[in-house]
Ligand binder design. Structure first.
Ligand code: SF4
Ligand code: SF4
Length: 512
């Protein structure tokens, strides 16, 4: 466990352009052909549960759902499964993934909602089950399964409601707080109640004044002593979970640990809204709010989009691009990445789709001059230049020792690097390799455990057989009458005589 010495947190001031700020959330209906990438967190591929030709409804489980790490993927409209094939999905390296394609039937019929739950009867097990069934994952961009977050049986004292939207152009959470503050707070209240959390801290970026007013207004209906609103300084990255906790609570989350270890849990505003609806209305997660913006989008919007909608359809709905060669971006300008194929679908992690004029050619990277600027900028107390060297030479153990897992991919090191090194891109690759290595180790560990269990089972069975044989022998000797013993002895002598004769005949034949 690493607890670095306290020092002022690395952060930078960014331009606060928000092309869709204040625009009401518009719902966008399903596309003709929806695509559901089966690649989940850390490269895990969900197992399909439907086949081409099957008819599905909005809310039908189409893949995954076998464990807490594998939340179910639901169809977001009704239609027919057309194919299960490799198709593009939003990935920094532009990879493809196994994808289920569903042709919409235009009826948008839904499965019946899950039964509403009463908060009074709901316990932690019920909450975890409901979050899993409804496919609730973190909507801040990480898509971490909410059920898994709630499953840690550690006493918690504070829930942080994360309304700190600190990246330029992104305004979905801001708009959610302005329009649906009541539902967000209800979700927070229920979540905190079930997990026995006493304090709820609503953290809002200092620049989101309308959102703050809406939250204060909605709070009038809730117990005042439970809730507190915190204005967070508008620096980047202000909304990173660990950075936010440190700012608000004054305690650092130890490296490699979840915030729960220090009694705190953090949830994004969109996640809390979906979570509340899953409990009270039995609603399954089939859509999310996202921002479509940037200088090259004709009409920036805040939209509620069905998961699985091709990104090109979302852009088309916003009037298309102002420049044909515009650069498409998934997520915020700092933590996001280029969309290599606009057929990639919207996933729970898509909180923004941005488009910019094609940038001037990126200056060619030059060798690291060890200036240390990246170390100073890193809000996670990491050593980006050392991580860069370890990632480039695939030194996975060194990467682990340097806590690459703590990198929140904020891109602050990239911004300050005078050598224009692709630091964050290299870390992402390193993290992925490390994730695969851990998975392989986990699999090997389980295989060894299964093998050892089988060997000990076989040994146990053999011992039981031997004990039964001895018990039978003892019982026979104990219960036998002299007559039976005599008969056994006669049979034994007879068998011995036969054996002797056979041996003699064999040796006579050898002599001849
Ligand atoms: S991207 Fe990672 S290493 Fe770079 S500054 Fe952000 S947290 Fe630190
Ligand atoms: S900022 Fe760039 S050049 Fe400076 S130490 Fe970090 S990686 Fe090297």
């Amino acid at each position: 466990m690493r607890i670095p010495p306290f020092r002022s947190q690395g952060s930078i001031r960014l331009d606060r352009k928000k092309s869709a700020a204040g625009l009401p959330i518009e719902p966008l209906g399903p596309s003709t052909l929806m695509a559901y990438s089966l690649r989940q967190r850390q490269g895990h591929i969900a197992v399909p549960r439907v086949a081409p030709g099957d008819h599905v409804f909005r809310g039908t489980v189409i893949a995954g759902g076998r464990s807490a790490l594998d939340p179910p993927i639901h169809a977001s409209t009704s239609g027919t499964v057309m194919a299960c094939l490799e198709a593009p999905f939003a990935h920094p390296q532009g990879r493809s993934a196994l994808t289920l394609e569903i042709a919409s039937d235009g009826l948008d019929q839904a499965t019946p909602p899950l039964p509403p739950l009463s908060i009074r009867d709901l316990d932690r097990t019920g909450l975890i089950r409901r979050l899993h069934e409804a496919g609730i994952v973190g909507l801040g961009g990480g898509a971490f399964p909410a059920a898994l977050k709630a499953a840690q049986e550690i006493p918690l004292h504070t829930l942080i409601v994360n309304g700190v939207e600190c990246e330029p152009y992104v305004s979905g959470d801001d708009q959610l707080m302005r329009e649906r503050a009541q539902e967000i707070l209800e979700g927070a209240d229920m979540f905190a109640h079930v997990l026995g959390i006493k304090n709820i801290l609503v953290a809002i970026d200092e620049h989101l004044l309308d959102a703050m007013t809406a939250i204060h207004e909605a709070l009038k209906a809730f117990p005042q002593e439970r809730f507190k609103v915190s204005k967070v300084e508008g620096r980047y990255p202000g909304g990173g979970e660990r950075q936010l906790i440190e700012r608000l609570i004054g305690t650092q989350v130890p490296s490699g640990e979840m915030p729960q270890t220090i009694g705190v849990i953090c949830q994004n505003v969109g996640t809390l809204l979906s979570l509340g609806r899953a409990i009270t209305q039995g609603e399954i997660l089939t859509s999310r709010v996202l921002t479509v913006g940037g200088e090259s989008i004709r009409t920036p919007k805040n939209l509620e989009v069905r998961l699985g909608t091709p990104i090109q359809d979302v852009i088309r709905y916003c009037g298309g691009l102002l420049a044909p060669n515009a650069l498409l971006w998934h997520g915020g300008p700092m933590m996001g990445f280029e969309i290599k194929d606009s057929l990639s679908p919207v996933t729970p992690g898509t909180h923004a789709i941005l488009a910019f004029e094609a940038p001037a050619p990126h200056p060619l990277p030059e060798p690291c001059i060890r200036c240390g600027a990246c170390n100073d900028a890193c809000p996670a107390y990491l050593l980006p230049e050392a991580l860069y060297r370890a990632s480039r030479s695939a030194q996975l153990e060194t990467l682990r020792t340097l806590h690459v897992g703590d990198c929140i991919e904020c891109g602050a090191c990239n911004v300050v690097c005078p050598s224009h090194l692709p630091l964050i891109e290299t870390f992402l690759l390193g993290k992925e390799k490390l994730g695969r290595l851990s998975e392989e180790r986990e699999r090997a560990h389980h295989a060894r455990q299964r093998y050892e269990a089988r060997i000990s089972r076989l040994e146990r069975q053999e011992m039981e057989r031997e004990r039964a044989r001895l018990e039978r022998k003892v019982a026979l000797e104990k219960n036998s009458t002299p007559k039976i013993l005599e008969a056994i002895e006669r049979a034994r002598r007879k068998q011995q005589a036969i054996n002797t004769t056979l041996l003699k005949e064999r040796s006579d034949d050898d002599l001849l």
